[in-house]
Design a protein around this ligand. Structure first.
Ligand code: SF4
Ligand code: SF4
Length: 392
């Protein structure tokens, strides 16, 4: 048995659904594409993506001395859980599938380390190896494409026949020569379902995602205010967004993920009750989401996102919990601004009265800082919106 075959056996044995190999030549095409996306503003809002970092992420020899081969590993996280029946008075949000269970970084890192260690043991000579689990500087999807793990879909995800796109990718870079696999040579053909399904139009061209318009970017990475013109398009997403994957025909034949730690064990893991999120303080948030990828958006981000979802769900029972946030002076200005927006969207007398009293309270403040001024203008805009809404 060759080392490459032994490696595949090892990785499948650790639960990976796809194991492919690519040579470690520089990722020239990926570099060109990423530099161009950065220059055209499609990566705005992600200050860690710089031209220098792109060069590093596409030059394997700078990532590992003597780099010769990539091992591209993929594992499905597709979990199946239907949303619970909608109950008036208990509106729920939605979390992207990959964040239903334990933080995938931890789960994948442990598994990839096991594969790396077994590979080192299986080698006759000493091996240098470096692992990459999403957060490290490597263009992992470009590696996956070269290795034939899948092809780049028009939704920018890697699509693997039979496995789908609800997969987590991880990579090992080694300084040993392994037998490379060929790229799949497949494409999406004439399908454009993901582009049509994107609520915000963030897929601006096939395979081109504009981060500043993507729900996933705003609900996870954006630390400030969500652009007013996008909020009504977010639906009930509060962490990530799967819309461009849910419609993908490749996922119709996808296998279900086998990793129990990535599953949702209760409805709230996937479809959290939004009023409960609003009532959570920072300590409760940390306790609830310890070990989950949801911590990435932080307490403030999750409550802000929950406000936007409540504004979109428009359940009148949300007015009370939103007013509690609005009228609490110790609540963060970003959260209060989004609570005001949600109240404006829901409308009705109680919401309007609450916004009017918030507006009066703002008028009494003689000098507003930047956050206060932002909040003041959100309250006024919400008041104007509330006067045009009919309560559902
Ligand atoms: Fe559009 Fe959502 Fe996909 Fe972003 S994640 S491109 S918002 S469908
Ligand atoms: Fe490709 Fe169609 Fe899937 Fe989009 S929905 S990624 S176009 S196959």
């Amino acid at each position: 048995m060759t080392l490459s075959s032994r490696l595949k056996e090892i990785a499948h044995g650790h639960g990976f659904d796809v194991v492919r190999i690519a040579d470690a030549a520089p990722l020239v095409d990926a570099a060109r594409t990423m530099h161009s996306r950065l220059a055209s503003g499609h990566l705005d809002g992600m200050p860690w993506v710089t031209h220098e970092r792109i060069d590093l992420a596409t030059t394997p020899q700078r990532l590992l001395l003597g780099a010769k081969s990539f091992i591209s590993l993929g594992i499905s996280y597709l979990g199946v859980r239907e949303p619970p029946p909608s109950v008036p008075g208990t509106p729920r949000g939605r979390i992207a599938r990959y964040a239903w269970g334990s933080d995938y970084h931890d789960v994948l890192k442990d598994l990839t380390i096991q594969v790396r260690d077994d590979l080192i043991r299986a080698c006759a000579q000493p091996v240098r190896a470096r692992i990459f689990v999403d957060s490290s500087p490597l263009a992992e999807r470009a590696v996956a494409e070269r290795a034939g793990t899948g092809w780049f879909g028009k939704n920018t995800m890697i699509l693997t026949p039979g496995v789908g796109s609800f997969t987590l990718l991880t990579t090992i870079l080694v300084d040993v020569e392994l037998e490379p696999d060929a790229p799949l040579g497949k494409s999406c053909g004439s399908c454009t379902r993901c582009i049509s399904a994107c609520p915000t139009g963030a897929l601006v061209a096939p395979g081109v995602l504009d981060a500043p318009t993507c729900i996933s970017f705003h609900t996870i990475e954006n630390r400030g205010s969500i652009p007013l013109e996008l909020r009504h398009l977010f639906g009930d997403w509060i962490f990530g967004c799967d819309d461009c994957q849910e419609v993908c025909p490749v996922n119709r034949r996808a296998i279900e993920g086998r990793l129990a730690s990535l599953r949702a064990y209760q409805d709230d893991d996937a479809f959290p009750a939004l009023h409960q999120l609003l009532a959570m303080d920072d300590q409760q948030f940390r306790a609830r989401y310890r070990g989950s990828a949801v911590t990435r958006t932080k307490h403030r981000g999750l409550v802000r996102n929950a406000c936007v979802a409540l504004g979109n769900v428009r359940d009148p029972s949300s007015v009370g919990p939103l007013l509690s946030l609005l009228h609490n002076p110790s609540t963060d200005a970003i959260i209060r601004s989004h609570a005001a927006w949600a109240l404006g969207r829901i409308g009705g007398r109680e919401a309007r009265n609450g916004l009017e009293s918030a507006s009066k309270a703002v008028e009494e403040v003689s000098c507003l800082d930047e956050a206060g001024a932002g909040y003041a203008s959100e309250v006024e805009a919400a008041l104007a919106m509330a006067s045009t809404q009919r309560l559902c």
